[in-house]
Ligand binder design. Structure first.
Ligand code: ASP
Length: 597
């Protein structure tokens, strides 16, 4: 640091160009640059510095004969010093062109250079792909963010959001902010609470999503709303979960599910266009939840490969194989996957799979191989010729294939086999590369039964409208009622989900009743929504997308933390700032709070 009177808060000259944008055509121009020293090579005479800014890096040449003063500066600088440099851009000689660098045809002959800020030695290299402990990256996030990969990721994310706003704006959606200090909303997770100083003993809850507020905005007459909304859920963090995250939150008046889906498709196309210049082609495939579970054993099927499951319960109806016959007698089901002959599982792998299924799901795995003249494998001898051909035909299996069977309670078998399908996809590298397999899964069930809570719970959320065709089942067989709900899925990941909402207060109360929420509780928690619905609330529906997940897809990374500027660790800690931190006594007292542990 120069002495106090020399301290200058602004650079000595304005920047003419970003380092990373210089090209051969700039040769001959005088340029003025700012940037970080990415590397420095001292050839005992000439000093070369790669100067980096957000657009990339360019080579600076310091020649002691041309300018001894700046050469002295170049000798003094170290990695990550922040430098201002002026000089003439010049074409590099053919022998020194660097085809790896966008600026590789050019260099800058420095005539003046000033150190604007030195840097301590950095705790990890900012170039290259050497693995760096994530804790360290997060502690020195400002250094990590300088890395080319993080620069690219956050700018792609920005482009994706631009694409979102451009499309929604062009389609009449109004961006409206909703409060962060709100009250508990039931999205199924724990709330983050904020004590209210002026209302001792009372707390705000940070929104898990703006669900109720966006519905109220429809009641408030905005017709089409969106927001890039910050949401907070206090859940135990898994690998790819963050306590706060962003959603593209959308609500519209009067849509059919198809209308919401086509808006969302158009928005997705705009996002890929802006972020990657890529064309994706709606409409996406639409399948029901039931079909997704039946064919893929998942409500977010990965369509980058086949290996569809087949239901063989009927094909085995008369079987002499006792395990299957008993299962069928118990009302259970048998599903199979035909693994093509090109992909061979060793005996040991099959045994291991069977063992895992047994120990984690109490389900058995049976298998046969289709050979000339029949089946080979433990169950082959129990099966008649006729039954075998029926099974082969239903399973669409041909010579050389391995048939993998699981029998047991239908719902369980479907989801376990769905997981097995995914494992096989990974094991044999079946997932088509560089492809985007979008689809919609719709007609989810409205309810599921929670063994833990001994009551019905909402599969999407309690504000989701039942499918009108299934209304008669609400009283008699609620688990059979479908919801007007839809999820957008991409390559096996849920990108977003939404529903048509209940817009009648009576129906909403009925829903709470089915969910086992007493009327008084419903009124005390959601009275404001119920009241709003009583004042001519229009029919409405919407959807929300996880921005972070979307950015991961667009950036091709597999960590949420690589697409967020300041994420938290799995312990919900920010190693850079030390949040969450302890609070001093005085502040706690003001908030009427006592910490008991
Ligand atoms: N609010 C819902 C969620 O966060 C999405 C929606 O229904 O629009 O999952």
């Amino acid at each position: 640091m120069p002495n106090e009177t020399e301290y200058s808060p602004v650079p000595p000259w304005q920047r003419s160009d970003y380092c990373g944008t210089l090209r051969a055509a700039d040769a001959g121009r005088e340029v003025a640059l700012w940037g970080w020293v990415a590397s420095r090579r001292d050839h005992g005479g000439l000093v070369f510095i790669d100067l980096r800014d957000r657009e990339g890096l360019v080579q600076l040449v310091f020649n002691p004969e041309r300018d001894p003063v700046s050469h002295k500066v170049a000798e003094a600088v170290r990695a990550e010093y922040y430098l201002a440099a002026k000089g003439r851009a010049a074409r590099r000689s053919d022998a020194t062109i660097n085809p790896e660098l966008p600026t590789g045809e050019i260099e800058v002959m420095v005539s003046e250079a000033v150190i604007l800020n030195p840097s301590q030695p950095v705790p990890f290299p900012l170039a290259g792909n050497a693995p760096v402990a994530e804790e360290l990256r997060l502690k020195y996030r400002y250094l990590d963010l300088r890395r080319a990969e993080m620069q690219q990721n956050l700018r792609r994310r920005h482009q994706a959001l631009r694409g979102t706003r451009a499309f929604l704006d062009a389609n009449g959606f109004v961006e409206i902010e909703t409060p962060i200090l709100f009250r508990a909303t039931p999205e199924g997770a724990r709330d983050y609470l904020v004590p209210s100083r002026v209302n001792p003993g009372r707390f705000y809850a940070l929104p898990q999503s703006p669900q109720l507020l966006k519905q109220i905005l429809m009641t408030g007459g905005f017709d089409r709303y969106y927001q890039i909304a910050r949401c907070f859920r206090d859940e135990d963090l898994r690998a790819n979960r963050q306590p706060e995250f962003s959603q593209i939150d959308i609500e519209m008046t009067g849509p059919r599910p198809d209308d919401v889906m086509s808006i969302a498709e158009g928005m997705m196309a705009s996002i890929y266009e802006y972020a990657l210049g890529m064309k994706i082609e709606p409409p996406f495939l639409r399948i029901s939840y039931e079909e997704a579970m039946e064919r893929f054993g998942s409500d977010k099927p990965d369509l980058r490969f086949g290996l569809e499951m087949k239901n063989l319960t009927a094909a085995f109806a008369q079987t002499a194989f006792k395990v299957f016959a008993d299962a069928i007698a118990r009302g259970e089901a048998i599903y199979a996957i035909a693994l093509p002959g090109a992909y061979q599982l060793s005996r040991r792998e099959l045994d291991e799979m069977a063992e895992t299924l047994r120990s984690t799901h109490a389900l058995g795995l049976a298998w046969v191989k289709l050979i000339d003249g029949g089946w080979q494998g433990p169950i082959a001898k129990f099966v008649s010729d006729e039954e075998r051909s029926r099974v082969n035909a239903t399973a669409e299996a041909s010579l050389g294939d391995t048939l993998l069977f699981i029998a047991g309670p239908r719902a369980k078998v479907r989801s376990v086999m769905g997981d097995l399908r995914l494992q096989l996809g990974v094991r044999f590298d079946l997932r088509e590369a560089n492809t985007l397999r979008f689809l919609w899964v719709n007609d989810f069930p409205l309810f599921e039964y929670s063994e833990e809570e001994q009551r019905l719970i909402a599969v999407h959320h309690p504000f989701t409208a039942p499918h009108p065709e299934d209304l008669p089942l609400l009283a008699s067989d609620p688990l059979k009622v479908r919801a007007l709900a839809y999820d957008m899925v991409l390559n096996g990941q849920e990108m977003g989900g939404g529903s048509i909402r209940i817009h009648s207060a009576e129906m909403q109360l009925r829903m709470f009743e089915l969910l086992g929420i007493p009327r008084e509780e419903a009124v005390s928690k959601f009275g404001f929504l119920l009241d709003a619905l009583k004042y001519g609330a229009p029919p409405h529906g919407g959807i929300a997308f996880g921005v972070d997940r979307l950015a991961m897809m667009v950036c091709g990374t597999d960590s949420l933390r690589d697409v967020m500027a300041f994420p938290k660790t799995q312990k919900a800690v920010d190693p850079m700032s030390g949040a969450p931190s302890e609070i001093d006594e005085r502040q706690l007292r003001e908030l009427s709070i006592k910490v008991i542990s």
